[in-house]
Design a protein around this ligand. Structure first.
Ligand code: PEP
Ligand code: MN
Length: 344
């Protein structure tokens, strides 16, 4: 159920609607919009009677949301959401570019990576301090030491930090250090982690599970919003198919599909999406052309020595080329269509 307020509704009118929702035992979610504010209702197991709200002052209408996901739906919020990560808009006019190694391996490695991202015009630095690895014998990340190096890289360059929380134990520390908490593909349906991320004070980058449908992806985001964190960025990172020419199949058609169904920004990870260095640039360009709000790309100062995902990591020069080519595509689209790329 969505209670749509009239354009001239006052804050007191909105507060009264929220109070009524709470009295009924449900949770209100205030969703400000350009034209009007709406109040989403969650926590109800069955249908809510619209008459409960339609009589209240300032209410335009109370409507049922037809999709199983409510707060992430465009029905609930027609305007596209812009999520700010350390002041960097994701979902706005500009492409947001996040680069950095798969894992934080050392202080020197992450500081060199940060300088290279900055020099290429990127705004965000990625790097896992906690790594979800297929093998228990592979490098698992530096933990808090890695988070400290990321914080130092932020201090030196001003880049916002995106780093993964792999479980409900590590998320407290990740929340303290990061500007954006990444939830990885393997954890897309870790519902206790999603709920905890929903109570975090930082934005969340939610990666699509490697075999998840669009509806499962949006429902995972709904878990986060339902706990009160509305700053969620979705990320397509490839899905498992029969194809064996690439590590995953980058499902770019999910970008326009998400933009039809949801107001949340969606970015693309062409690194995990392809798993091969030579495919990262072409698929990054295609992502921008498909309307992605940004890119998250693996880049390592010396990919051949990387402790994880070196074969899909760009070197700093290749990353700079990707950044400039992607900006050129974004600029071309913007000048031709005269609309923000994120809203294409
Ligand atoms: C990552 O971005 O470091 C990562 C592990 O990606 P994914 O969760 O998409 O596999
Ligand atoms: Mn990786």
């Amino acid at each position: 159920m969505l209670v749509v307020m009239k354009a001239q509704a006052s804050p007191a009118d909105i507060a009264l609607v929220c109070e009524r929702i709470q009295v009924l035992g449900f949770r209100p979610h205030i969703i400000p919009g350009e034209q009007r504010t709406a109040v989403g209702i969650t926590g109800n197991s069955g249908p809510v009677d619209p008459a409960e709200f339609e009589q209240l002052h300032g209410v335009a209408e109370a409507i049922r949301v037809s999709k199983p996901y409510k707060l992430v739906s465009r029905e609930t919020k027609p305007e596209s959401t812009v999520v700010f990560v350390k002041g960097v808009p994701v979902g706005g006019e500009e492409i947001a570019l996040c680069g950095g190694p798969c894992a934080v391996e050392s202080r020197d490695q992450i500081l060199a990576s940060a300088r290279a991202v900055k020099a290429a015009g990127g705004q965000l630095l990625r790097g896992g301090a906690y790594k979800p690895r297929t093998s228990p014998y592979s490098f698992q990340g530096l933990g808090e030491e890695g988070l400290r190096y990321l914080a130092e890289a932020r201090e030196q360059t001003g880049l916002g930090i995106v780093t993964e929380a792999v479980d409900t134990e590590s998320i407290d520390l990740v929340e303290d250090y990061a500007d954006c908490i990444q939830i990885g593909a393997r954890n897309m349906q870790n519902f206790s982690l999603l709920r905890r991320a929903g109570r975090a004070k930082k934005p969340v980058l939610l990666k699509r599970g490697m075999s998840s449908t669009l509806e499962e992806f949006l429902m995972a985001a709904e878990y986060i919003l339902s706990e009160g964190n509305y700053n969620v960025i979705l990320c397509e990172r490839g899905v498992r198919t029969f194809a064996d020419h690439s590590r995953n199949t980058l499902d770019l058609s999910v970008v326009p599909a998400v933009k039809t169904l949801s107001h949340l920004p969606i970015i693309v990870d062409p690194s995990h999406g392809t798993g091969k260095r030579d495919k990262v640039l072409p698929m990054a360009l295609a992502s921008v052309a498909a309307g992605a709000a940004g890119l998250i790309v693996e880049m390592h100062p010396a990919p051949e020595r990387a402790l994880s995902d070196g074969y899909q990591s760009l070197d700093p020069e290749e990353f700079a080329e990707l950044a400039s080519e992607c900006r050129a595509i974004a600029e071309l689209l913007r000048s031709r269509r005269r609309v923000p790329v994120g809203a294409l």
